[in-house]
Each structure stands twice: as structure tokens, then as C-alpha cells.
Design a protein around this ligand. Sequence first.
Ligand SMILES: [Zn+2]
Length: 210
Amino acid sequence: MHPRTAQFIEHVRRKAEANGIAFNLANSVVVDVGHGIMSSGYYESSAELAVGVAKPERDWLPVLAHEFCHLEQDLAQCSEWCDSDVGNIDSSELLDMWLEGKNFSDRKLLEALHKTKVCELDCERRTVELLKRWKFKGISAARYAQRAGCYMQFHNYILIRRKWYPKGRPPYRCKAVQARMPTNLDGDYAEISPEVVLLFDRYFGYGGAR
Ligand SMILES: [Zn+2]
């Protein structure tokens, strides 16, 4: 492990500990978010930060940075983090429920999508700043911004296809979309172009694309 990475882990550990938050670097590729949903990492409000680290550092370190920025959003109690409910349902949970087949009004669905994007974009911008500050070996903030852009556009995409991505095909690895994303996160990712929809269709094998 690069010394700077070890330093960062210590930084995260101290901040988590000081705030009564469990910090788990799991010796596995993915971690269980709950209900059997696996993810490369997660942050649960005031409770736990977990990241799977049984893979190359360049793969898990940006995930750790991202989840740590959710922790920072939580500690700062910023509006992007706190204002996440639609009615009495957390917006990202509402989206999950909708993807699983439960129907909501268009107004609720669009509000949930908007709030999820606002929260994630704020977190991604914090992550880009963090990567610029820490200058980890082999991790480019510009490249990270492009990958984050893929995720932002993926949120727009699920509204069209009503599907999550297939296992092992995370949106950020779609090279064709990545190459079309800006190297900063100044934009608002309000809309998805038909071209990007088509590129995701091909990459995921959705929408009858060839
Ligand atoms: Zn996130």
C-alpha cells in the first residue's frame, strides 16, 4: 500500500471513530448493503462506512473516497444530504422500490430522482476536490470526474429503461460514455442525450439494442 493511502485510511478511521461511526475495510470484493444487495461500498447515516478492499487499490480507493465524502456530507448536515425524503420515503429507496415494480406518481418519481442526483453530485464534487488534495498515486481527479459523470447520466437512464445495471457492468466502466463526459463536474446532468442512451443500451444489452 502506498504511504499516502495508509495516511488517508488513518484520517478516515479517526474521523469515523470521533463521531461514533463504524469503519469497516472488508476483506471481500463487495459488501452487503442489506437485503442481500451487494455494493463496492456504502455509507449508512451515523452508523457505518464499509468498503470491500479485496481488489487493486486503484479500484477501491476512489470508492472509499466517495463514501467518506458521504460521511462528510452527513457531519456537515448539508441540505444535499439531509433533504433526501419524498413524502416519508428516502429518495434512493423510492427509486429502488420503483425499479422493483412499485408504482409512484410522476411527481414523486421525478422528485426522488432529482434529490438523489443532487446528493450524489454534491458528493462527487467533494470527492474530486479530495482527490486533488490528496494526489493519490495512479488516481486522476479528471478521470474520476468522467466516471462520476457516467453515474450521473445513469440516473437519467434508469428513468427511461426502468432497469438497474446488470451485475459486473457498472456504468463507469462504459468506455464510450466515459469518453463523452467532461473532466470536471461543473454541469448539472439534467438531461441525457439520445446518443448516451444508445451507448448505455449497447453496453448493458438493454432496449433491444444491437
Ligand atoms: Zn454515493
